[in-house]
Design a protein around this ligand. Structure first.
Ligand SMILES: [Zn+2]
Length: 118
């Protein structure tokens, strides 16, 4: 196989595993799900039950059952928005708040609308 393009320097991702998000674009627009995995190298996320494709799998010694399985594919992190639980699951954007002083400053993820901790 040919070499894949190296992705530019890692971006720090705001989204984390376990975040509840809504899909903003693409065929699954409007769906919500939990982030199962974040992939900083490609700035993508895997969302549970979203962007599902049918994969044909061959039977192997370790995989007893062959056939067609559903697989959640990575999707662009920019295509999803985190949901704010305080606002009843409204999609929002992430802002940061800093608490503490000196060496004890904590960076907290908050909702850009209402300031609720995410
Ligand atoms: Zn909010």
């Amino acid at each position: 196989m040919s070499a894949r393009h190296q992705v530019r320097a890692r971006t720090k991702m705001k989204l984390r595993k376990g975040d509840r998000v809504q899909v903003l674009s693409g065929k699954d627009r409007g769906q919500t799900g939990e982030i199962m995995r974040v992939i900083p190298a490609t700035n993508k996320v895997i969302v549970e039950r979203v962007n599902v494709v049918k994969k044909h799998q061959r039977q192997t010694q370790t995989r007893v059952k062959g056939g067609i399985i559903d697989k959640d594919m990575p999707m662009a992190a920019s295509a999803v928005a985190i949901l704010c639980s305080k606002e009843g699951g409204r999609p929002t954007r992430i802002a940061y708040r800093f608490e503490g002083t000196g060496d004890n400053v904590r960076k907290i993820r908050v909702c850009r609308h209402c300031g609720e901790e995410l």
